[in-house]
Design a protein around this ligand. Structure first.
Ligand SMILES: [Zn+2]
Length: 209
């Protein structure tokens, strides 16, 4: 059975504040926030359910606060809070989920992107078995508050040479060459069809605060 991942209307203001702040989310380890053993196991779950071409693993975190009605929305290389309280329906229809985290029994979207293509606004469906297996694993390892999933996007940036830098309440994707390796943290992983091999070309993010 396939299930549809929740969209913008599943989000409520309270969810953002439940995400770990970056200083909490990244405190365990500087570069590798997750042990290899967990990555290998989770990669197998993605591959076994054949979702690795659509989804990746994501470390739940927030860099700043959002006000009531605001959602974190990415467009191009910029992620900012968008006040969507009174936004037009055709704008909201293009605000599609990019990451999800478990809150209680539900997988709720946490970050969004503004989609311009026709296909990009289509809901994402995944096997129910994948969600069950993934949830059971992270529950068993006490990782449920730390890990979520992300879309495997065709974003214009190459994670090997670019990373996310947060300044105030704006996150931008910038070339990483000006920053030493020790300043970045891996916050996401994609897997290949074997699952056993973890793609190390992860989403990077500037840990601060
Ligand atoms: Zn980040």
């Amino acid at each position: 059975m396939e299930v549809q991942l929740a969209g913008l209307d599943a989000y409520i203001d309270d969810i953002w504040g439940k995400l770990p702040t970056d200083s909490v989310a990244f405190k365990r380890e500087h570069i590798n926030v997750l042990e290899d053993e967990f990555l290998e196991d989770i990669g197998k779950i993605f591959a076994r359910n054949k979702v690795q071409d659509r989804l990746g693993l994501y470390v739940n975190h927030r860099h700043f606060e959002l006000q009531s009605g605001e959602r974190l929305v990415e467009y191009g290389a910029v992620q900012t809070p968008w006040q969507l309280h009174n936004a037009a329906a055709d704008v909201k229809a293009r605000v599609t989920p990019k990451t999800w985290a478990f809150f209680e029994d539900k997988l709720i979207p946490t970050e969004f992107k503004y989609a311009t293509g026709v296909e990009a606004v289509q809901p994402i469906h995944v096997p129910a078995e994948f969600l069950n297996e993934f949830r059971a694993y992270i529950d068993a390892k006490n990782l449920t508050s730390r890990l979520g999933i992300s879309t495997r996007s065709d974003d214009a940036w190459d994670p090997q040479s670019m990373f996310e830098l947060t300044v105030g309440r704006v996150s931008i994707i910038v070339p990483n060459e000006q920053f030493p390796e020790h300043d970045v943290t891996h916050v996401g992983w994609f897997f290949d069809a074997d699952g056993a091999k973890v793609a190390r070309d992860c989403i990077r993010c500037f840990a601060h605060g």
